[in-house]
Every structure is written in C-alpha cells, then in structure tokens.
Design a protein around this ligand. Structure first.
Ligand SMILES: NC(=O)C1=CN([C@@H]2O[C@H](COP(=O)(O)OP(=O)(O)OC[C@H]3O[C@@H](n4cnc5c(N)ncnc54)[C@H](OP(=O)(O)O)[C@@H]3O)[C@@H](O)[C@H]2O)C=CC1
Ligand SMILES: O=C(CO)[C@H](O)[C@H](O)COP(=O)(O)O
Length: 475
C-alpha cells in the first residue's frame, strides 16, 4: 500500500491474527497486515478475494507501519512471551507519540504490566487485550477484554465494538481496568475454561469406564444436556466431538485420539495468580494438574501395571435416565462452584490491583463469542446486578438454592466414582471446596497449634484478645 490509509494494522497472520484481520476488514476498516513469514500475509489477502480491497499485506515492518493512518493502531497477534517483546522492540522506533500498540494474544498479565510501564514516557500507548473465541470467534465475533488507559479504550471502541461478538444488541467487549486488567481477566477465563473442560471430561470418563457407554450414545446425552441448564458452547462441542466417526476406521474419532492434553500456559497462570492472592481455586488447580498427569502417559501405563491387581468395589453408577440425571446435576453444581472460584480470583485481584473490575459486565461480555459462553453466565451477571455486595457467588440467592439442591448429586457421583476408582479430580475438588467453604468452624486451629509449636508462629484465641504464643512441651 503506497499511502498511509489503513485504520489498523494486524501483525501476525497465524490462526488468530488472520481471522481477526478478516473480521476487521469485513467491518469496513482498511487493514494493513504483516507476518514475519511475509508471504502468509499475501496469502490471507489472496485467499479472501471478497475482502481483498480492504486487506493490505506489506513486505516489511517499516512498510506496514508506513501504511497506517496516524495516530497509528497496531494489533500484535503473535505467540505469548518473547515474540511479543521482540515485536514491541522492533515497532518502537517506527512509531510516534499517540500511537497505540495492542497485544491481543494471551499474555501473562505480569508481562502486560511490565510492558505498560516500559512504554511510559514514550508517548506510545500500550494495551493488553484478551481475545477469546478461537478461530471462528476471531473471524465472526470474539469476546474482547481490554486493559490499559481508559482514554485509549475510547479511541479503540469504534473498531472493537463492531468486531466483537454481539449479544442481546450489545458488543461483547469492555474496558476492564488499567494495565494488566484485560489479560488478567482473559487468564481467569481460560482457568475456568480448563476447569469446565476437565469436569466434562470426568463425566465422560464415568460414562465410558463406569457405565460402559459408547461415544455416539454419550454424544446424544450431551446434546440433550445442551438444551437446558448446561447449555453452553463447551457442552455443544463435546457432543460434536463424541459424535464424530473416523472415516478410515469407522470408529468414533474420540476413541482414536491420544489421551494427552496440551496446554499453552494460561491455565497455569490462572492458578499461580490464585495462589498468590490466597484464593482457593481447587477446580482450576486440579484441571491444570490433570493436564500435566495426562501428558505422562507412559508413566501412567507403568503405574497401571503396578496396581493391576487392585480390587475395587463394583461400579454402582445407575444407568438409564435416573443415573444420567444425577450426572447432569452433579456437573451443573460443580460448574457453579468452579465459576464461583474463578470469580473469587477476579474479585481478589480487583482489590489487590485497584482495578475495580466490573464483574457483572465480565459475565455479559463472556455471554457470546468466547469459549466458555453459556446461558448460565446470564445468571452470574444477574447476581452482580442485584445491587447487593457479592462476597462469593456461592452465597448469592441466585446460586445458593441450586447448589444446596445439586450438592447431593455431586456427592453421589464423586463417592461412586471414588469407590469405583474412576478419577474425578475436578468434580471432587468442587465438592471438597464446597464442604470446606460452608464449614463455619474448620480445622486450621490445629495447624496454628502445630505452627506455633515448631516455629513460634503465634495464634489467636476465641477467648482472649491479641496474638498468643504457647510454651508447648518439648517434642
Ligand atoms: N488459537 C486460539 O484458539 C487462540 C489463541 N490465542 C492467542 O493468540 C496468540 C496467537 O495465537 P495463534 O494465532 O493461535 O498462533 P499461531 O501459532 O497460529 O500463529 C503464531 C503467529 O505468531 C508469529 N510468531 C511467532 N513467533 C514469532 C516471533 N518470534 N516473531 C514474530 N512473529 C512470530 C507467527 O509467525 P510465522 O507465521 O512467521 O511463524 C504467526 O503469525 C497467542 O498468544 C495465543 O495464545 C488467544 C485466543 C484463542
Ligand atoms: O485462549 C484460548 C481459548 O480461550 C486458546 O485456545 C488457548 O490456546 C487455550 O489454552 P490451551 O491451549 O492451554 O488449552
């Protein structure tokens, strides 16, 4: 492109960058595109003739920047970590005061805070922006979580609002707070995504190993569940994955997929941040751990041999409508608990980093476009819209009745699975967290006694004011 005409430039023509560029172009914005492997950008244009007039591939970073109207907007969509830092460093000398650099990939929010600080004083604005929805979401409308200066968000709004998914007439994009707020919320979105996926996989494990169901039958059950309380994108795609037949073998494709889950880091980041904030996020933690355990397949196979002679009680899972209804209710209940944990992390971070995260709005912008989109998010949004202070979603009238009722099914499912030796780490974590969370008097008094005995760490008493230390007998 010879003259500076582009409204925005997208740097990185991988899965997400290419699809976002097409989406932006379709919304009638002149879009400059660039990729390290330059031919990819030209291919994106050539493969999409209907949008070619709006897409402007460039041969070098210099030409890419020169193609942008000033003040410039550059959206970086490359892999998290070093590639983002490298691109920022390459861009900086080419940009001017007032220009905006957006990192739209997944990022550790600590990196986003650091990058924001590093940009201070240059006059160039840095925006950390979480984008969710995968390839199709990026192409047709993702959920977008924006962090950074509010004034910069006002400048980006005209582009981001039409590009985002639309729900109930509103765009699924919002400014969530300064510096790392957008990437933090995206990280927690992914932590919840991990927990949700893991719990669905555990129910699948019960159906397969406890009930002996075949994948096509399970697909029908998940499709049915998708018509009511559990209606969500993840349950919908679960049904689709289970229904797929491998054309070569005629077998269910899911049975041919190796049981090792990949992970790119966001789930782990969510758990690390939960730990730093002192928030129990046990369902997210167990989901991340389960992916780690899954990836040690050879080791698991050896362990299976070591314990091959283990005798366990026969599975007591009920088949038929009643048994499936119990699984459905257990999953619904565990899901509420997992989301409550994710929201508790965000509430704590909001205070810690003085972001004032709009928790109800976050549920609204997750309502469409993103991977965890579900009807259930409407209920979360409503819980925050009552005007009452929400200490934890589990204490809100919106959810307490449902959890009180559903916990019986969750308890049954976790107990039966445990006895039968079918692993349910995330469902179990949800139940154990619930029991721990609702117990007014816990057992940490003993831990405090132990700490004081071995390390003079002190404790407080119910019957006395002030910090206490006891002279314990020598052990
Ligand atoms: N895929 C998904 O479902 C989602 C991904 N994301 C996030 O979006 C970002 C992009 O992901 P995605 O599009 O899937 O990734 P891809 O692997 O499809 O594409 C990666 C892109 O980054 C470029 N790149 C990688 N390393 C460098 C580098 N050192 N310097 C310059 N360019 C580099 C690649 O260029 P080249 O072609 O030359 O290799 C390519 O354009 C990531 O942060 C990811 O976590 C967010 C939401 C969903
Ligand atoms: O951000 C996403 C969805 O929201 C990406 O798809 C991300 O890659 C998912 O994480 P992982 O690869 O670790 O499963």
């Amino acid at each position: 492109m010879s003259d500076a005409k582009a409204d925005i430039g997208v740097l990185g023509m991988g899965t997400m960058g290419a699809m976002l560029a097409l989406n932006i172009a379709e919304e009638d914005f002149e879009t400059a595109i660039f990729n390290r492997t330059t031919e990819k950008a030209f291919k994106v244009r050539d493969d999409n003739p209907e949008l070619a007039a709006k897409l402007h591939p460039e041969n070098s970073l210099e030409e890419f920047v020169a193609a942008l109207k000033t003040p410039r907007v550059v959206l970086i969509m490359v892999n998290a970590g070093k590639p983002v830092d490298e691109q920022i460093e390459h861009l900086k000398p080419l940009l001017e005061k007032g220009d905006i650099v957006i990192d739209g990939g997944n990022a550790d929010f600590n990196d986003t805070v650091r990058r924001n600080k590093a940009m201070e004083g240059t006059g160039i604005h840095f925006v950390g922006m979480g984008v969710s929805g995968g390839e199709l979401g990026a192409r047709h409308g993702p959920s977008i979580m924006v962090g950074g200066d509010k004034a910069v968000w006002e400048r980006l709004k005209p582009i981001l609002q039409p590009v985002a998914a639309q729900y109930d007439g509103s765009p699924c994009v919002a400014w969530l707070g300064t510096d790392g707020a957008g990437h933090f919320v995206k990280t927690i979105h992914n932590g919840i995504e991990y927990a949700d996926m893991q719990m669905i996989a555990e129910i699948y494990g019960i159906m397969r190993d406890g009930l002996g169901m075949a994948a096509p039958d399970m697909a029908k059950v998940f499709a049915d569940w998708n018509t009511r309380g559990l209606a969500s994108y993840l349950v919908e795609i679960t049904a689709a994955v289970l229904a797929e037949t491998d054309q070569e073998t005629g077998k269910p494709l899911v049975d041919l997929i190796v049981d090792e889950a990949g992970q790119k880091g966001t789930g782990r980041w969510s758990v690390i941040e939960a730990q730093k904030l002192g928030i129990g996020a046990t369902t997210l933690e167990s989901a991340v751990s389960a992916r780690g355990i899954s990836s040690r397949r050879a080791e698991r196979a050896d362990a299976a041999k070591v314990y091959a002679d283990l005798t366990l009680p026969a599975s007591t899972f009920a088949s038929g409508t009643e048994g499936l209804r119990e699984l459905e209710e257990a999953l619904e209940t565990a899901k509420i608990i997992a989301y409550a944990q994710g929201y508790a992390i965000m509430a704590a971070a909001s205070q810690e980093f003085t972001w004032n995260l709009p928790l109800g709005d976050i549920a609204r912008i997750w309502r469409a476009g993103c991977i965890i989109r579900s009807d259930f998010l409407d209920d979360i949004a409503k819980a925050y819209e009552t005007g009452e202070t929400v200490i934890n979603l589990l204490q809100t009238p919106t959810f307490s009745g449902r959890v009180a009722k559903g916990q019986a099914a969750l308890r049954q499912v976790v107990s039966k699975a445990t006895l039968a030796g079918v692993p349910v780490p995330a469902l179990g974590a949800a139940l154990f967290y619930f029991d721990d969370y609702r117990r007014a008097r816990g057992t940490a008094n003993l831990v405090q006694g132990q700490r004081d005995l071995f390390g003079a760490h002190t404790f407080t008493r119910f019957d006395k004011d002030g910090v206490q230390h006891h002279h314990w007998p020598a052990v």
